[in-house]
Ligand binder design. Structure first.
Ligand code: DGL
Length: 267
């Protein structure tokens, strides 16, 4: 452990985790944060659980070598397939986005009928239904994989006919399922909120786990005495396994601001 002087390490398969990075940086401005986007191997969501775990371990190793004090898997797929194993084997606390997302969904729902959309790997892992019913045993959870939402978000096609048609096809089944809450169970999906909202219906609350994940990070750092001392000079670093220029260009949409310096690393 590197104590309170280390950075928070965040990883995702690509850019989606920047939606989580933004909330953590906003909530904890004095904390240094290192973000790793595994852009050479994105998407994770179509891979097997074993492969996702192998990739997640490699990301964790890169960040541990840089002295992080806490690891955030800012990727639902990695959270579903790898966080339980990483928690057992790393010497730093590990936080995924599934439990925070489940907590936010349980807080929002009135009827206990909750929809979850995510990648193939996340939906087939059953991690969300397990996390939600652990908090609310009589909840009814229905899942739907929406794999095309990831390339649409990365391509910047987040409004208009094409994403609307895709959303209608994917969300057809959920529209008749009587849900009152829909978990955006993939860190790319918040970018498509303005399409998903009208298609699923304005009475359905959309839950994005980023804010609740930032709350969890703050709680864990505080509980373990790992908060950066007041007045610390916060660093923000971005690492990618491929395409730093593209990451900087497209990443602005996810982050809602410029990415100053993106380092290309080989691991
Ligand atoms: N960011 C990933 C997630 O939250 C989705 C992208 C991918 O398939 O790699 O599941």
């Amino acid at each position: 452990m590197t104590g309170h002087s280390g950075a928070i390490g965040i990883f995702d398969s690509g850019m989606g985790g920047l939606t989580v990075f933004a909330r953590i940086a906003e909530r904890l401005p004095e904390e240094s944060v290192i973000y790793l986007g595994d852009t050479a191997r994105v998407p994770y969501g179509t891979k097997s659980a074993e492969t996702v775990l192998r990739y997640a371990r490699a990301c964790a190793d890169v960040l541990l070598a840089r002295g992080i004090k806490l690891l955030v898997a800012a990727c639902n797929t990695a959270s579903a397939c790898a966080v339980p194993a990483l928690e057992q084997s790393l010497g730093v606390p590990v936080i995924g986005v599934i439990e925070p997302g489940a907590r936010a969904a349980v807080q929002r729902t009135r009827t206990g009928h909750i929809g979850v959309i995510g990648t193939m790997a996340t939906v087939s892992s059953g991690a969300y239904p397990a996390a939600i019913t652990a908090l609310m045993p009589d909840a009814q959870v229905v899942g739907q994989a929406c794999p095309l939402f990831v390339p649409l978000a990365e391509e910047g096609w987040t409004e208009g006919d094409v994403p609307t048609l895709v959303a209608r096809r994917y969300l057809e089944g959920l529209r008749g399922a009587g849900i009152d809450t829909l978990v955006l169970g993939c860190t790319h999906y918040p970018l498509l909120k303005s399409v998903i909202g009208p298609v699923i219906g304005q009475s359905v609350a959309l839950v994005d786990s980023a804010e609740e994940t930032a709350v969890t990070v703050e709680e864990v750092l505080t509980r373990l005495g790992l908060r950066a001392p007041a007045g610390s000079q916060a660093r923000r670093e971005f690492l990618v396994s491929d395409g730093p220029e593209n990451f900087a260009r497209v990443g602005k949409r996810f982050l809602g601001g410029d990415l100053d310096c993106v380092e290309w690393i080989d691991f």
